[in-house]
Ligand binder design. Structure first.
Ligand SMILES: Nc1ncnc2c1ncn2[C@@H]1O[C@H](COP(=O)(O)OP(=O)(O)O)[C@@H](O)[C@H]1O
Ligand SMILES: [Mg+2]
Length: 335
């Protein structure tokens, strides 16, 4: 859906912000661009909606070289969320959200109905918040309005530049989770810029780890954490990467041992300090599964399938096997 081909950007003062960048984002994929300040993330993103033009190389959106596409027409297909949100202070939340449909010439009633629908989708009751002004919202609520506004015209592509950077860690985590739930239904092609490795790992289907103007590794988060491509990446993802990897690796059937002959109850160890832990469903993160294992002083944990029936038993050895599996290099996506 988005394709960079040998893209270089040199600013007039001679700064090379991006150097021979090539990568591809599949339709419906969320890719995070992560790296230290000044490494070229925002420049990369702005070359997708032509706020910045490449010095050399090509950027394609939906198979089309965007150098040949009228920037205004291009931006209609691309939602844009930035940290400072950029809401109009003298317009209500509803009118802010309806901005793009209104620009596209929708009838006022239709634009407002769509705006109300989007506010609902990002967790803001339009009856309560629609008539407020941006100054009457918390930072997290303003950020939600920014997301609603970017989605209002239903663009296939969404660019998000440090979208949750301005709010405190608790609100940030809530916004991240809300956005992931939203993305599971709307399935946009998303580029999300962040300098926060945790955010990149949590949000990305894949992540691009930037060095100075270059991508050092472009892989699934579990692979970046488990098998950093370069010493730079290893250093950037930090020394507790094993723990971070646990959080992004789900329990699969291959990690389980058979349910014991005596049924689920047989996983109870006689004399343990409490009852059997509740089973966890397949797909639970290893981090959560391990937490349950440790909390209950058990060496075994029942894992259930979609139908709620026991599928098998997870042990610490299974957790280790799962980590091994998760750090194997991911296959390259089809282009
Ligand atoms: N308009 C500009 N003119 C000159 N240099 C710029 C301009 N915009 C960004 N840069 C420089 O390009 C490099 C990359 O910037 P940027 O893409 O904003 O990085 P990031 O978003 O990763 O922090 C930095 O060295 C920055 O100072
Ligand atoms: Mg930036």
């Amino acid at each position: 859906m988005i394709r960079f081909e040998h893209v270089t950007k040199r600013y007039p003062d001679g700064t090379t912000a991006v150097d021979d960048l090539s990568f591809e984002v599949a339709e419906g994929e969320l890719v995070t661009l992560v790296g230290p300040s000044g490494c070229g993330k925002t420049t990369t993103m702005m070359m997708v909606n032509r706020l910045v033009e490449p010095t050399s190389g090509r950027v394609l959106v939906d198979g089309q070289d965007i150098a040949d596409v009228d920037p205004v027409a291009l931006r209609r297909k691309i939602g844009y969320v930035i940290q400072q949100v950029g809401l109009f202070p003298h317009r209500t939340v509803l009118d802010n959200t309806a901005t793009v449909p209104a620009l596209l010439g929708w009838k006022k009633a239709a634009a407002r109905a769509r705006a109300a629908e989007l506010l609902d989708l990002v967790g803001l009751d339009p009856a309560v918040y629609g008539s407020r002004y941006p100054a009457q919202l918390s930072g997290g609520q303003r950020q939600r309005v920014g997301v609603a506004r970017a989605l209002a015209a239903d663009p296939p592509v969404l660019l998000m530049d440090e979208p949750f950077g301005a709010v405190d860690p608790v609100v940030r985590e809530r916004l991240q989770n809300e956005f992931l739930a939203l993305q599971a239904t709307v399935r946009k092609t998303v580029l999300l810029v962040t300098h926060d490795i945790e955010e990149a790992v949590r949000m990305g289907d894949r992540m691009a780890v930037y060095g100075q103007g270059r991508i050092e590794q472009f892989d699934a988060p579990a692979t970046v954490l488990g098998a950093p491509a370069t010493p730079y990446v290893a250093d950037f993802v930090g020394s507790d990467r094993g723990l971070k990897r646990l959080a992004v690796t789900p329990v699969t059937e291959a990690d389980l041992e058979p349910v014991p002959a005596g049924g689920p109850a047989a996983t109870d160890t006689p004399g343990s300090r409490d009852g059997a832990p509740d089973p966890v469903p397949l797909g639970t993160s290893l981090k959560d599964a391990l937490a349950v294992l440790l909390q209950h002083d058990k060496g075994r944990l029942m894992v259930t399938g979609d139908d709620g029936r026991p599928l098998g038993v997870l042990t610490p050895e299974g957790v280790h096997r799962a980590l091994r599996r998760a750090s194997a290099p991911a296959p390259a996506p089809a282009s």
